[in-house]
Structure formats: C-alpha cells, structure tokens
Design a protein around this ligand. Structure first.
Ligand SMILES: *Cc1c(COP(=O)(O)O)cnc(C)c1O
Length: 443
C-alpha cells in the first residue's frame, strides 16, 4: 500500500521501492516503534522538529482539551484564544522588538510571508527600487517557489531556476572549506556583504539568513561575531534582516533563539519546526513594530498585507505550541541544552581521530559530522558513493534513525533526551560511521 499510493518527499521512489520500508506505528519518549515492533532512537527529532519526545501527556492533553472546544476557526478578520495567547508568548520570548505574529503552517510559508512582507514594506513606504534579496550560498529556506528563489542548494534548486526570481548570493562562512579557516571565511562573508550593499544596497529589500547554524547546507556553524556584524551592515545600508530560525529556534542551539547568541534583533523572524514541540504544523513570521507600522494605514491606501492560508492560526496547533513552550520553561530546557551540548561534545571527541571524519560541527544539540574520503586533503566522498545514506542505513540497523545531508551525518536528538540516552545514541552514531567508512559493514 505504501509503495502503491505514497509519493515520498525528497525521495527517489525507484530506490525506495527496493528498500525495506520503515513504517512507524507509535512513539514513546524519544523512541519510535515500527509496525514490526522494532524500536529506534529518534536521532534526528523526526527531521529536526521534536522537542519533548513523542506521546507526551502534557502535549496530548493540550490538544484534547482544545479539541473539546473547537478544532478550527479562521483568523481572517477574527481570532481564537490559543492564537492570541501564543502570539503574546512569542512577543515575550523572541528578541526585543519583535511584537507582531503572522501565522502560517510550515517553515516555507513562513519564509514566503517574510519575503513578501519585506518587499511590500518598502513599497508601502514609497520606495519601489528595493526589490531584490540577498541570500547565502547553500541556503535552504523551504520548498515553495519564493523560498526556493532565496535558496541556494543547486541539487534541490537548479531545476527550477527558470521559474525563480533572481537573488544575490554571498558565501556562508564555512571555515572547514575556506583556505583562511574560520577567520578567513568570516572575513570573506563580511567583505562580500559590505561590497554588495555598497554597490547595490539601494535596490535590496532584505538579507535572509539562517542565523548561527546553516542547517540543510550541512550544519555549518558561523564564526562568532559574524551574525552581529552582518546585522550591523544591514542596518547601516537600510536593508531589512530576515532571520530564518525555523531549524534553530526554541532552544536547539543552547539559546532560545540563535539570534540571542549574538544579541541580534532581526526585522523579521521566521519560526516553525520546534514551535509545536514537533506535534502539529504551525509556523509564524514575527515582525517589528517598524515593519508592521508600514502596513498600518487608511483602507483606501491599499497597504494591507493580502496574504493568508486556510489554517492560519489553527487553534489545536497554537494550543500545543503553548503547552510545549510551557514545558520548555518549567523544565528549564534551554539551560539543559548547554549541559547536554558539552556531554555530546566530549562523547564525540574520539570520533575526530577516525580516518574519514573531516569535521564535527556542533551548536547546542545541532550536530553535523562531515565525512571525507581523504582527511589530509579534505577530499569529499563522491556524491555517487552515498556515504551518508549508507551510514544512516547502518544506524537504522543498529536502532537509531537519522537522515544525512550528502556527506554530512546529522545528529539532532530531541532536546528532552537524557544523558543516558545521549550516551547510547552517540555510541550508535559512532559505530555506524566507523562500520561504514572503515569497511566492516554490509550496508
Ligand atoms: C526546514 C526548514 C525550512 C522549511 O520548513 P518546512 O516546514 O519544511 O516548510 C525553512 N528554513 C529552514 C532553516 C529549515 O530548516
């Protein structure tokens, strides 16, 4: 049935048809169980979403409780209680100055909203020259057409190029692959941005960035100070800053938001993924009062933001998001991530010595391990080697789920994982990498 009727995202279905399909039946804590009853650690938080684990009583109750009132009512010109309360909560926990929440249902739609808002912001202010966007090499902002237009991963995005709007691309500071290391990479990014803003700043609406960690591009961690300097350059040149915190938000990097790590307040911020604890599809685009103000006008001026989705502000989703944020606070989980971060760092230390482990990158509980064919030369494995896919397959055999990004092995455990669980998961991760890259595996 699965193979007959489902078309899976980001999946070559011909390959998939020849695999032993994994069909999940239930979850408990950080474990997932398949229809055969086999247990797996959720080593990638079900694609970077999960915060508190699965089947969490408090979250289940929040949904059931709301379900007993109303499952959905629209936000077009009316409101519902969880949507209001969540917006107030987001204003409280996001960087100072972000006070207005616009809901949607995925990271991609949240990004679409941010870029449309940035574009219309300038137009509403009477500036019709500022129309383009700056993005960063290997950026991923979701899969709808606007989000793909500010995306820069050739494997995913190139085929659609003819239907996209063009964006400026500056390098993301990728120290491991820069001749000058992290300092050189940071300098190259800032120089490229400065130059671009000096020559073309007057036609640029906004810069969009994955703050501190570039996720799908390979878990690339920015050198410190880079984000803050980028934000300052934007401010100097009157260019809006859009922070895509879809992957990094809600404690993942060891701060509530990655922007907090450098005291940056963006003009627009997109959140999704972990917002509902990984339970339901709710995303939000937050705007400063300044951005909001440019839309606040006489009806006849046509400055309204004409955008919305059927399920914008869904009460069930907002209710579970509120419950998730409550647990995050009550259990002091963002603080907890910092302790877990150093535990995992110590555990993975030995892996650095292995012959095919090029670099281990980590911020909070967001970890990417870049595998290389030749360590001294930093020579990548060929794409055709599917090294990441093979390591993930081995991990599954050993009882842990993850999904690679090319040659980068992803380890993004739920924030609620205990040290004991992290201990087992890092052992499984190590074993999968060693088995596959050092040749003791059938995978
Ligand atoms: C996952 C992701 C998105 C897209 O979110 P969806 O909910 O899958 O549409 C956007 N930006 C970043 C940084 C992401 O990691």
């Amino acid at each position: 049935m699965n193979k007959a009727y489902l078309w899976h995202p980001f999946t070559q279905m011909r390959d998939y048809e020849n695999t032993d399909p994994l069909i999940i039946e239930r979850g408990e804590g950080i474990m997932l169980f398949d229809v055969q009853g086999r247990a797996y650690y959720d080593g990638f938080s079900s694609v970077w979403l999960n915060v508190h684990g699965h089947n969490v009583p408090e979250l289940n109750e929040a949904i059931a409780d709301q379900l007993g009132r109303v499952a959905h009512s629209t936000l077009l010109g009316m409101a519902n209680i969880p949507a209001i309360e969540l917006a107030a909560k987001l204003a409280e926990i996001t960087p100072n100055g972000l006070n207005k929440t616009f809901y949607s249902d995925s990271g991609a739609t949240g990004v679409e909203i941010a870029i449309k808002m940035a574009f219309q912001y300038w137009s509403n202010r009477g500036n019709t020259r500022k129309k383009t966007f700056v993005t960063m090499d290997q950026a991923y902002h979701g899969d709808t057409i606007g989000a793909v237009s500010v995306g820069a991963i050739p494997l995913y995005h190139e085929v659609f190029r003819p239907m996209l709007f063009p964006s400026h691309v500056i390098p993301y500071p990728y120290g491991y692959r820069h001749t000058g290391g992290a300092p050189g990479a940071k300098e190259a990014t800032l120089t490229a941005l400065r130059l671009l803003l000096e020559t073309s700043g007057d036609e640029i609406a906004a810069l969009i960035v994955e703050p501190i960690v570039q996720g799908a591009g390979g878990m690339i961690v920015m050198p410190s100070g880079c984000l803050r300097e980028m934000a300052e350059l934007c401010r100097e040149h009157d260019v809006l800053l859009i922070a895509d915190e879809v992957a990094t938000g809600f404690g993942r990097t060891g701060a509530m938001f990655a922007c907090d790590l450098e005291g940056v307040t963006p003009d627009l911020m997109v959140v999704g993924k972990g917002l509902t604890g990984g339970y339901l599809p709710v995303a939000a685009t937050l705007a400063t009062d300044e951005v909001y103000g440019a839309f606040h006008a006489d009806y006849l001026e046509r400055k309204t933001f004409f955008h919305g989705h059927s399920y914008t502000g869904n009460p069930l989703g907002c209710a579970v998001a509120l419950a998730s944020l409550k647990l995050l606070e009550e259990r002091n989980m963002v603080q907890g991530v910092i302790a877990k971060e150093s535990f995992v760092r110590r555990k993975l230390k030995a892996l650095e010595e292995r012959p095919h482990v090029g670099e281990i990158r980590q911020k909070g509980l967001m970890i990417g391990i870049e595998l290389v064919r030749d360590k001294a030369l930093r020579e990548p494995f060929a794409w055709e080697d599917r090294i990441g896919v093979r390591v993930a397959a081995r991990a599954r055999e050993l009882g842990m789920l993850t999904r690679p990004l090319g040659n980068v092995i992803v380890f993004i455990p739920p924030l609620a994982s205990t040290e004991d669980e992290l201990d087992v998961m890092t052992d499984l991760l190590t074993a999968s990498i060693v088995d596959v890259t050092e040749g003791q595996s059938s995978a």
